[in-house]
Write a protein that binds this ligand. Structure first.
Ligand code: SF4
Length: 366
């Protein structure tokens, strides 16, 4: 992914961010038209496949176990439930499904095997599959890639300098390593940030600067407005002005002309007019469906109406890259083979025992 060489320093990025707003939007709209079809906006759905109970302390997140919020913890969804939800999202116009699990990191266990199966199943529906599962190593990234994962989401959230004010249980460097592991496996990267957490303008620019320093910046950059949830340390943060969201989208668009800028959390607080400005300034995707993991989002029908009023069209899946091939997962195949062998062994042992006159013990209850 290309960066814009005209803004290759933090000072230049800050100058860009602070441009007179209409100038900024105009410049962003020009860049957007040069690299993207401005009428196309991708509808993506975000599904919480494992909710709550997370050991991390991200100050904005209602899923952290240590905060008293209304979020009810749920264990991992079944593959069938995910498939059903994916079909529903597709029927409503989504061409990408992002599956989120509130984990600190991926562990090599049965739950991860299930996620691998979910990726295979959703990829078979011809939807782009994205996962956000916390930190992951190179092997895990490779398994997801082989299963057909199109993108891995891992946000940097803010600048390196501000990050520690919001999260203390893992380092900025850990996040960069996970992004690197996804890259090495050949998975496209989705990584962005949240504005409105109390950061300075320099931190918003600092976030973009972190991506500029990457050898290969993210294909997708989600821009979120903080949804301040009661019970989290950031519950009292004032909502940001809609203009700030538009400004951030426009700056990101200009700095990373080829990436997809995703207008993400916080849309319920934005008017249709403000969202229209974001599309004009280069937002190429929204999250559709009434829930964004655990926070509210406009429902499918509202978005369909907005698309019709603004003359937007849904972007097809894989417009920005080839559909990955889902390969069989050797570890899952091996596990299934072992389970089958064990079943056969048990069946044979049972038959053998009956042949030798075994009679099940009768228990009489007096
Ligand atoms: S953002 Fe993710 S890692 Fe942080 S607390 Fe929430 S679920 Fe856990």
């Amino acid at each position: 992914m290309k960066i814009n060489p005209d803004y290759n320093s933090q000072e230049k990025l800050l100058e860009l961010y602070n441009k007179p707003l209409l100038e900024l939007i105009f410049e962003a709209a020009k860049v957007h038209r040069q690299y993207h079809n401005p009428r196309e906006v991708q509808m993506s759905s975000l599904l919480s496949i494992k909710t709550g109970g997370c050991p991390e302390d991200c100050g904005y997140c209602p899923q952290a176990a240590r905060y008293q919020t209304d979020v009810e913890a749920h264990k991992l969804m079944s593959v069938d439930t995910v498939l059903e939800q994916a079909k529903n999202a597709k029927a409503n116009g989504s061409s990408r499904l992002c599956m989120g699990a509130a984990w600190r990191e991926v562990r090599d266990n049965k739950d991860f095997d299930s996620v691998v199966e979910m990726v295979q199943a959703v990829n078979d529906l011809d939807m782009e599959v994205c996962c956000t599962l916390g930190m992951l190593n190179e092997n895990q990234a490779q398994r997801l890639k082989n299963a057909g994962l199109f993108a891995y989401n891992h946000n940097l959230d803010s600048s390196r300098e501000f990050y520690g004010d919001v999260i203390s249980t893992r380092e900025y460097e850990d996040r960069l390593n996970t992004i690197d592991n996804a890259r090495k496996a050949g998975i496209t990267v989705c990584s962005g940030g949240i504005i409105g957490m109390g950061e300075a303008i320099e931190d918003r620019v600092g976030l973009l600067w972190s991506y500029m320093q990457m050898e290969n910046p993210p294909e997708s950059i989600p821009i979120n407005a903080l949804v301040a949830v009661e019970g989290t340390p950031l519950e009292d943060q004032k909502p940001i002005e809609q203009w700030e969201m538009i400004r951030m989208v426009a700056t990101t668009r200009i700095a990373f002309p080829e990436s997809v800028v995703r207008l993400s959390a916080g849309r319920t607080k934005m008017s249709m007019e403000a969202q229209a400005m974001c599309f004009l300034a280069g937002a190429g995707s929204i999250f559709a469906g009434d829930k964004l993991l655990t926070t509210p989002n406009p429902d499918f029908n509202e978005d369909k109406e907005m698309f019709s009023i603004l003359g937007l069209i849904s972007k097809e899946a894989f417009a920005g890259g080839e559909k990955p091939v889902s390969l069989p997962d050797p570890l899952i195949e091996e596990r299934k083979k072992r389970e089958l062998e064990r079943e056969v062994e048990l069946k044979n042992a049972r038959e053998e025992a009956f042949k030798n006159g075994f009679e099940p013990r009768k228990i009489t209850v007096s």
